[in-house]
Write a protein that binds this ligand. Structure first.
Ligand SMILES: *[C@@H]1O[C@H](CO)[C@@H](O)[C@H](O)[C@H]1NC(C)=O
Ligand SMILES: *[C@@H]1O[C@H](CO)[C@@H](O)[C@H](O)[C@H]1NC(C)=O
Ligand SMILES: *[C@@H]1O[C@H](CO)[C@@H](O)[C@H](O)[C@H]1NC(C)=O
Ligand SMILES: *[C@@H]1O[C@H](CO)[C@@H](O)[C@H](O)[C@H]1NC(C)=O
Length: 338
């Protein structure tokens, strides 16, 4: 009699435990699904489209990396508003150019070779632009990469740092004469939201930590922070300019994530949680043309709105030290310095 009751109790307990586990697992999975849905809806709701219809006839813009992705969307949007667009890219852009001309009915789209991994190419490009263009209204430093940490260019610069920071830094210096000649021109540095991951110090501007497993991510984040610092510093040196830094993540984050994500998870993240290139380009287009951002300088933008800058950008001693080290790394002469 007592034995039977004991068995009953323990089997009841077992059933209770099993039910408990099943219910908990169910709620955990439900919780995860709800979070993913909320994240997805949030992403959809936060897409803002630049609706500015400003005409850009008679104006000239340079878009680096304009052959693909966000750069292509920016070039398309500017050409669609009548701007003369110079697509600066290392790849052959003839078919891109024809597509944009065809789509916008604006024949004023040209392509020029610019290889940001080569200082020589940056200098040749700038000289060519300086000699052939009479004005430059909008410079969009859009090209960016997230490469392996160990790669250095022939210029002895870390490749991600050179394409994302040193290259645009030099390019902007060399085009400043033309930008100054044109009234109220805009200089735009683009980048991602990973600046919070940055471990940038004056000592690791052009080196990487060999034992850090995720070195490429840190270098990418450092290059993004450098762009914010350049934006802030330039806006203090140059007046009558609008110098801005719109963030075009998540597509850029996705580029950086390529380093650590693989296979199915990467595909799911890219498909459902990353913005498309067109969506990612909107903040850049907005700061490049909108009336609202006229007279705005040294600001960081996300989703077409000014946002809080990383703390390090208000440490002016740090900003200055990175600036001066960058001048040395790219080999600017005394006359070329600002
Ligand atoms: C231009 O667009 C038309 C349709 O609008 C298409 O038939 C043609 O192939 C396009 N040409 C190029 C060079 O893309
Ligand atoms: C860019 O420049 C580097 C260094 O000169 C060179 O090795 C590379 O082939 C160039 N890339 C392209 C696409 O021209
Ligand atoms: C650009 O051209 C002007 C004259 O047209 C010249 O004074 C200036 O030095 C040139 N700048 C560069 C960086 O080549
Ligand atoms: C920007 O400044 C100029 C000159 O001070 C002024 O005429 C213009 O209205 C300003 N634009 C905006 C959007 O505040």
């Amino acid at each position: 009699m007592t034995e039977a009751t004991e068995i009953d109790i323990s089997s009841e307990l077992l059933t209770l435990i099993v039910v408990g586990v099943v219910v908990s697992v169910f709620f955990v999975i439900l919780g995860i699904i709800i979070c993913l849905i909320v994240l997805y809806v949030y992403r959809k709701l936060t897409i803002i489209k630049c609706t500015c219809h400003k005409h850009l006839h008679g104006k000239t813009a340079i878009v680096t990396g304009g052959n693909s992705g966000i750069g292509y969307q920016i070039a398309l949007a500017l050409a669609g508003r009548g701007c003369r667009v110079i697509i600066a890219d290392k790849d052959n852009c003839e078919s891109t150019k024809n597509e944009i001309i065809n789509a916008t009915d604006n024949p004023n789209v040209i392509v020029k070779y610019l290889n940001l991994t080569s200082i020589k190419s940056i200098r040749e490009f700038s000289q060519d632009i300086n000699e052939t263009e009479d004005r430059l209204d909008i410079l969009i430093n859009n090209a960016g990469i997230a490469n392996s940490a160990q790669d250095y260019t022939n210029d002895e610069l870390q490749v991600t740092m050179q394409v994302n920071h040193f290259g645009p830094f030099l390019l902007t210096h060399l085009l400043i004469g033309l930008l100054k000649k044109t009234s109220s021109s805009r200089i735009i540095f683009t980048g991602g939201t990973l600046t919070w991951l940055s471990n940038l110090e004056i000592t690791n501007l052009n080196t990487y930590n060999k034992i850090q497993t995720w070195a490429p991510i840190f270098i990418y984040a450092n290059s993004q922070l450098c762009n914010v610092l350049t934006t802030v510093a330039l806006s203090r040196i140059l007046f009558n300019f609008e110098i801005m830094h719109p963030q075009c993540e998540p597509p850029r984050a996705a580029t950086a994530l390529n380093i650590v994500l693989e296979g199915l998870i990467k595909n799911i993240v890219l498909k459902y949680y990353a913005k498309t290139a067109e969506e990612g380009a909107q903040s850049v287009i907005h700061v490049a043309i909108s009336k609202e951002t006229e007279n705005v300088s040294g600001e960081l933008f996300t989703n077409c709105h000014a946002t809080t800058k990383p703390i390090k950008s208000s440490d002016f001693i740090f900003v200055r030290s990175i600036w001066e080290a960058s001048e040395k790394f790219v080999g600017l002469t005394k006359e070329e310095q600002l």
